[in-house]
Ligand binder design. Structure first.
Ligand SMILES: Cc1ncc(COP(=O)(O)O)c(C=O)c1O
Length: 386
């Protein structure tokens, strides 16, 4: 910072920005060759939206403007990213401002809208993208956006086996780009550098934020596949988009330090090796009367709370059950984020578990034990009619 704090990336690049881009490309799935740094996850998704448009424009497809995403998702606070988001409570106040984005149901095996069972599942949830592409007309569809492992509203919903691969194939058949929002799931959170790597699927664009800055700097990124990059560069059009602090060198230095730390401390392996025990401990909580299902992978889990376990019926949002559990846990010195409205767009309570990668074995045990005590406390209150 004392050397040079800032140089506008419209005119300059910096060694820190370049080094971070190289480090990310090194970790990313084969075929990812370009990185665009942003200042947040929301602006990463906005950038992906605009780059998808530029890609199709450069290939003479000016009508391909619509992006399909999923209900109960969250992709960011800005208008484009909010339009992609499918989270009811977050969208509702801004509906009049939002873009016309088609949404399809998420692959929620706990409440499968198609009534499928895992053993008889034909991935209608993935085919829903194709149905929507055909209903709108593939000539109008630019991209689809999915979270390989979801964030808060959907409580760490993991893509079922074959789901991402099927979406990849659908996208290829209809000349539609696949954008993976890995703002929560990326940077080793699920035990791989990127969650798509569990399924061996390579998206056209992959967005990052959160863990990329390790909490030290606000940062986001779009990782681009070479086939997108080749079209954009081949067309010789500069992507007419950016922020004042796009590619800021301090963010570049911080992102690079985060990657270096994860590598030197072996944190990717740590999350991959400790995740299954955490998952097993959390899964035991499904015996609790308030817990419907536990989902997740690596160091990212969602514990969904339900009023009726047989019917899988959520609590009314007015009961604020997840907030009460989080408060009961906070009194015991463990902080949990809550996720809401993931059941039906209105109701739904999830407790999110996303510990730092350096969390000790003892602390991982304590997280689960505090959550269990907090659940007991709230269950007793509910039983007593409070
Ligand atoms: C999956 C997902 N995408 C995008 C965003 C937006 O990122 P940011 O808050 O950095 O703008 C978030 C934030 O919570 C997120 O969880």
């Amino acid at each position: 910072m004392s050397e040079l704090q800032f140089a506008y990336s419209g005119n300059f690049s910096s060694s820190e920005e370049d080094a971070l881009a190289r480090a990310l490309i090194d970790k990313a799935p084969e075929g990812i060759t370009k990185v665009w740094l942003t200042t947040s996850g929301s602006t990463a998704n906005e950038s992906a939206l605009k780059m998808a448009r530029q890609y199709h424009l450069s290939r003479g497809n000016s009508q391909k403007t619509k992006v399909i995403s999923r209900w109960h998702s969250y992709h960011g606070s800005t208008i484009g990213a909010m339009s992609l988001s499918g989270s009811g409570p977050r969208r509702r106040p801004y509906e009049p401002y939002l873009l016309d984005v088609p949404h399809v149901p998420p692959p929620d095996c706990y409440r499968c809208p198609w009534g499928a069972r895992p053993e008889s599942c034909a991935l209608a949830c993935a085919d829903a993208f194709e149905k929507e592409i055909l209903a709108v007309g593939s000539e109008y569809i630019s991209a689809v956006m999915v979270e390989p492992v979801a964030g808060a509203p959907l409580g760490a919903l993991v893509s079922p086996p074959g789901y991402l691969r099927r979406i990849r194939d659908i996208c290829d058949r209809h000349d539609v780009l696949m954008i993976a929002d890995e703002i929560v799931s990326g940077m080793c959170r699920t035990g791989e550098w990127f969650a798509v790597q569990h399924d061996d699927v390579v998206p056209d664009m992959l967005t990052l934020a959160k863990g990329l800055g390790g909490g030290y700097v606000p940062i986001g990124a779009v990782l681009l596949h070479d086939r997108i990059n080749a079209v954009l560069e081949g067309a010789g059009v500069a992507v007419n988009h950016g922020e004042s602090f796009t590619g800021h060198r301090i963010m570049g230095a911080a992102g690079q330090a985060v990657i270096e730390f994860i590598d030197t401390e072996g944190l990717a392996d740590r999350v991959a090796s400790k995740g299954p025990a955490l998952e097993a401990d959390l899964t035991k909580l499904t015996a609790h009367p308030l817990v419907g299902i536990v989902r997740g992978r690596g160091f990212l889990y969602g514990v969904e709370l339900v009023k009726d376990k047989t019917e899988r019926r959520p609590f009314s949002r007015d009961d604020k059950v997840s907030e009460r559990v989080a408060e009961a846990a906070a009194r015991r010195h463990v902080l949990f984020q809550t996720g809401n409205a993931g059941a039906d767009g209105q109701d739904g309570d999830t407790i999110m578990i996303a510990p730092p990668y350096v969390t000790s074995d003892a602390d991982l045990k304590q997280i689960v034990s505090v959550l269990s005590d907090a659940l007991d406390e709230v269950a007793i209150e509910i039983e007593a009619g409070a």
